[in-house]
Ligand binder design. Structure first.
Ligand code: SF4
Length: 226
């Protein structure tokens, strides 16, 4: 089914390693709740302490871009999200994104903020994480990505504690993120920070950010395939 490794193990140029392709409701960001096809690429160079997709670090199946596009099209979606792992860790993510845009979908890319988004098709909605101190990966943030953000993009902070919140508030000001993107998302780390507590901090400080709860965790308890 689309595996294109040759007999000598050489992988053809137009392929990606894919953990899963599935149809579900968007759990996060601006299109939360809308039916969406997810293409989850395998592999991530980061190891965030709260990672909920460790099953995507290894394994997966090599597929041609054409086969991936066919799998997506079978669901007749309006929205497609390319995620991981860290999708940009595989260079062929870029042509996949353009190909999906060419097919007429609204395409979003969930990326860790650790890899350059310079080459991402401008039609793609970038949902860029900035890793907070309690993620354990704050040193991996590539702040050069901020210059590539557009009013169609979104920035996400996963907040684990008050220290993360203060750090995110500082970054919000430092990079004038509210003026650059459509949405700044403050998401409480599941089972680490009570959503109500984060809500009260946001209101107390009058921050113009969106509190984001991860819908899929409430609906499906984070099971793969949703
Ligand atoms: S960047 Fe995402 S996939 Fe990679 S370790 Fe962090 S949370 Fe997990």
């Amino acid at each position: 089914m689309g595996a294109v490794a040759t007999a000598d193990g050489v992988v053809a140029a137009d392929t990606l390693r894919i953990t899963e392709i599935f149809y579900s409701l968007q759990g996060e960001a601006r299109t939360v709740g809308l039916p969406t096809v997810f293409v989850r690429l395998t592999g991530c160079p980061l190891r965030c302490l709260y990672c909920d997709t460790e099953y995507a670090f290894h394994g997966g199946e090599i597929m041609s871009l054409e086969h991936i596009a066919d799998q997506v099209a079978a669901h007749k979606p309006a929205y497609v999200t390319v995620t991981g792992g860290e999708p940009l860790a595989q260079p062929n993510c870029l042509p996949l994104l353009s190909r999906l845009c060419d097919q007429g979908y609204e395409v979003s890319l969930e990326t860790s903020g650790a890899m350059s988004v310079a080459g991402v098709d401008p039609r793609v909605v970038k949902v860029l994480d900035l890793k907070t101190p309690a993620s354990g990966e704050v040193a991996r943030n590539d702040y050069g990505n901020v210059q590539y953000l557009t009013p169609n993009d979104q920035v996400k902070f996963v907040i684990c504690d008050r220290g993360d919140y203060e750090w995110a508030r500082f970054k919000l000001d430092e990079y004038t993120l509210g003026d650059r993107v459509s949405d700044v998302l403050f998401s409480p780390s599941h089972e680490q920070l009570a959503p109500r507590e984060l809500a009260e901090w946001i209101l107390g400080d009058g921050l113009q950010v969106r509190l984001q709860l991860q819908l899929h965790k409430y609906l499906w308890d984070d099971a793969p395939g949703h």
